[in-house]
Write a protein that binds this ligand. Structure first.
Ligand code: HSE
Length: 384
């Protein structure tokens, strides 16, 4: 199988290097920007890839929506397998690309778009063929897990933890998507589509780690808790829930032992029960290895990750109910339905009554809009 690569950044260069030693595969041309084709294997004219009948598969590592999307269309139209690591593009255009791939009989696979090196979507797609998947969730962003871990185990500041994650190549070009939770949200959108045949759009909830501070670290540690950023999706009556928010776990929970840039992905099937996969969620070779696995799967006949008739629908988060740990100013705290106050003064730390994720996210938005700082995290277990 001759494989062309679009882009030669962190992931693209990793894929190219792995292709050089991959049995049954041949490294084809690599598309780079005009003026950047400094090696003999690089080209700047996309027609040399899409018009080359000897190229069997195209790997897209450009990032962003376009030209990644138009390249997907061109590759599939030309009858080539299309493998991508681009979660934003698959979340936006994946259903259309999947339909085109089905029509052409070619593969459209995107394991590397969710979980980095963890073979999450690959196994989820296999399980979903023969089992009814009820829920998907996990730590799906390597950057924020690296930061949370560095803040909680090594007492780094938020800014230093982010700098380290960026220098290690885990963060997106603009890390806002990582720290705001958007990156993890896109990944859970893809997982929902693979698991349930429903790609959620609109109505999703997204809270990142931007409001987590060193003082929060100290307080939750004193209570024996560990903070992780969790993405969740579940079947509901007519649609799916899909949201991202920080969650506090007891120190003994499995999530508390997911360190550095590791991801932990879970799915729950009616027959297979709870399946947990863990490994590096970001970085050059973990991500490139997921791309190579997709190529190997395509070579063995795999064609699709989305089930047939996969559709999009608005997310419904009404059944996602938790108590929340909150930290905010005294007057802002009075606007929340508190069950118990843990610490009182200029800063209040408290636990709320159980409420829907939608209600908590909306209250947080209103409180912040009025100029108050607020950190909140769902509680996995009652702490008081
Ligand atoms: N920025 C992403 C992360 C890269 O940190 O998880 C892998 O998707």
């Amino acid at each position: 199988m001759k494989v062309a690569v679009l882009g030669y950044g962190t992931v693209g260069a990793g894929v190219y290097r792995m292709l050089l030693n991959a049995p049954g595969m041949e490294a084809g041309p690599v598309l780079v920007r005009p003026g950047k084709a400094v090696e003999s294997f690089m080209v700047s004219d996309a027609a040399l890839i899409f018009g080359d009948p000897t190229v069997d598969a195209v790997v897209e590592t450009l990032g962003g929506l376009d030209p990644a999307y138009s390249c997907g269309l061109r590759a599939l139209e030309a009858g080539k397998h299309f493998i991508t690591a681009n979660k934003a593009m698959v979340a936006a255009h994946g259903l259309e690309l999947a339909a085109l791939a089905r029509e052409k009989g070619t593969a459209f696979l995107f394991s590397a778009a969710c979980g980095g090196g963890v073979p999450f979507l690959h196994n989820l797609a296999l399980s979903a063929e023969t089992d009814r998947i009820e829920a998907v969730s996990g730590i799906l962003n390597g950057t924020t897990n690296y930061m949370l871990d560095a803040m909680q185990r090594r007492a780094l500041s938020y800014a230093d933890a982010l700098r380290e994650a960026q220098s290690l190549g885990y963060a997106e070009a603009d890390p806002t998507a990582d720290v705001s939770g958007l990156d993890a949200l896109r990944k859970i959108q893809l997982a929902c589509a693979v698991a349930f045949g429903i790609l959620p759009h609109d109505g999703m909830l997204c809270e990142g780690i931007e409001h987590f501070t060193a003082a929060d670290t100290a307080d939750i540690r004193s209570r024996g808790l560990v903070c992780r950023l969790i993405a969740s999706g579940r079947r509901t009556e007519n649609a799916v829930s899909a949201y991202v928010e920080p969650v506090l776990f007891p120190r003994a929970a499995a999530e508390s032992s997911v360190f550095v840039n590791n991801n932990m992905a879970r799915y729950m099937g009616r027959r297979c029960g709870s399946i947990v996969l863990m490994g590096q969620g970001a970085g050059r070779f973990p991500t490139a290895s997921a791309v190579l696995r997709d190529l190997a799967a395509a070579r063995q006949g795999a064609r699709a990750m989305f089930p047939e008739n996969c559709r999009s629908a608005e997310a419904d988060n009404r059944e996602a109910v938790h108590s929340y740990y909150i930290r905010t100013g005294g007057s802002a705290a009075r606007r929340l339905p508190l069950r118990s106050v843990l610490a009182q003064g200029d800063v209040v730390r408290a636990v709320t009554e159980p409420m829907s994720a939608g209600k908590m996210h909306a209250l947080a938005q209103n409180i912040r809009r009025d100029g108050n700082d607020l950190f909140f995290a769902a509680l996995e277990e009652e702490i008081c």
